[in-house]
Design a protein around this ligand. Structure first.
Ligand code: HEM
Length: 419
């Protein structure tokens, strides 16, 4: 059963979890010379863990649960309240099945990729006409148009930039206090109200959406209790499809960064070989910092790696750290897409973890990984085909800022598309 401590979230000061950025747990591991690092946060014991075995440990619900584990400031911005991320057990499985059906199906992914590439191609002439563009900002508009269309969310042409700004604000503001955080909360309020109204209208017949669209499936979904989702929770889950798809803009901007830093890959990527494009997508997701860690709380006292983890303690899997673990990745700080072509065996379910580990059908692993890889490979090839100049700019990526991004957002002068 749950212990009293589980009912009382003590992570109100959760921003402190994030203030030291991506190097927080890796630095502690180095300092202690240990893979498992015990620490504290506002009186709450926290255990930072890392490695495939640690990932296996964390995804066992006897060891770690999500309920009462996700800090309010993260729910109020990134995920939304009542989201799939916060459920455990049977309730989680029933809600998760909805995402699996919507996202882990090649017949659904293909039209999304087509829509994204069509929106990119339609945007290029406008970029050519402008003096310069910020890749991150352009990618998010392209992705917003395509994902809303694919999901069955009506979006007037001229509203795409404002929606795109709000959707990236949700991600930009979860790990910080101050203006970025409040911007994210306002964006969430606006977009939940917008989508809850759409769900209401679809249910009442006042609006229509294509049969089988994301909006249609979410509006008709029945939860573990046999009931439809409350319109607000339905809006939260619609945002949990649309928001992370638009967040692929971070990886598009990182791809732009990698093409500037390692220009020798441009030709090969532009060639469009699907195997290389996929290897590129994997290496971008492995190498660049995005999701820092995941975790939950121990429902009962449990042992891991010689540590006694008390009931109610927080357990965090260091995603960024594991994706740079030298035992798993030779030369982890070298950007080398070929590492995913040369492999003798498939990537293990608990090895590459930018979007979680294990089996997404039964645990909390991201159900949008195929979508991410498919969309990112397609856009990276198009990016490599752009004929661009890269003006002087600040390309540094601070590991202290979550989420990280090249400081400039990747400014490009686009002349057209070559080859
Ligand atoms: C969960 C990362 C894209 C939908 C997650 C988790 C991570 C993650 C780390 C949590 C895993 C865990 O707690 O065990 C990312 C990154 C993305 C991305 C870095 C790149 C942009 C997507 C896309 C979609 C998506 C494109 C949908 C189209 C979800 C959902 C969950 C999730 C619904 C919650 C799953 C659950 O709690 O069972 N993602 N994701 N993500 N992601 Fe993604």
């Amino acid at each position: 059963g749950t212990v009293p401590a589980m009912r009382r979230p003590r992570l109100d000061n959760s921003v402190r979890l994030f203030t030291q950025g991506y190097a927080w747990l890796p630095d502690k591991r180095r300092a202690l010379g240990r893979r498992t690092v015990p620490t504290r946060l506002g009186g709450l014991p926290v255990f930072g863990i890392e490695g495939p075995e640690a990932a296996r440990f964390l995804y066992d619900e006897d060891h770690v649960r999500r309920a009462h584990a996700i800090p309010e400031p993260v729910q109020g911005t990134l995920f939304g309240k009542g989201a799939v991320h916060t459920l455990d057990g049977h309730e989680h499985r029933v809600r998760k099945a909805m995402f699996v059906a919507l996202l882990m199906d090649d017949d659904r992914i293909a039209p999304l990729v087509e829509g994204v590439t069509a929106a990119w191609d339609a945007a290029v002439p406008g970029w050519v006409r402008r003096e310069q563009v910020v890749l991150f900002e352009e990618a998010r508009v392209v992705l917003t148009r395509a994902v809303c269309d694919w999901a069955g969310v009506p979006l007037p042409e001229d509203e795409a930039p404002a929606v795109a700004r709000d959707l990236t604000a949700l991600v930009d503001g979860f790990a910080t206090g101050g203006p970025r955080h409040w911007r994210a909360r306002r964006a969430r309020g606006r977009r939940e109200a917008w989508l809850a109204r759409l769900v209401d209208d679809v249910r009442s017949g006042a609006a229509t959406t294509p049969q089988g669209s994301v909006v249609d499936v979410v509006a008709r979904h029945r939860d573990a209790d046999g009931e439809h989702l409350d319109p607000h929770v339905a809006a939260v889950e619609l945002l949990n499809v649309i928001r992370p798809t638009v967040a692929i803009s971070w990886f598009v901007a990182f791809s732009g960064h990698a093409l500037v830093r390692w220009p020798r890959y441009r030709k090969q990527l532009a060639g469009g070989d699907p195997a290389f494009a996929e290897a590129w997508a994997h290496e971008v997701r492995r190498f660049y910092p995005f999701a820092p860690f995941i975790g939950g709380r121990a429902p009962q006292a449990v042992e891991w790696d010689g540590e006694r983890i008390p009931a109610g303690a927080m357990v965090l899997l260091d995603l960024y750290g594991q994706d740079h673990d030298a035992d798993l990745w030779g030369d982890p700080y070298t950007f080398r897409p070929e590492r995913f072509l040369d492999r003798e065996r498939e990537i293990g379910a608990f090895e590459l973890v930018p979007q979680g580990a294990g089996d997404p059908r039964t645990n909390h692993r991201c159900p949008g990984e195929q979508v991410t890889v498919a969309v990112l490979s397609a856009l990276a090839v198009r990016l490599a085909r752009l004929d661009v100049e890269v003006p002087e700019q600040d390309l540094r990526i601070s590991l202290r800022r979550i989420p990280a991004l090249p400081a400039s957002g990747m400014v490009l002068r686009v002349h057209g598309t070559s080859g």
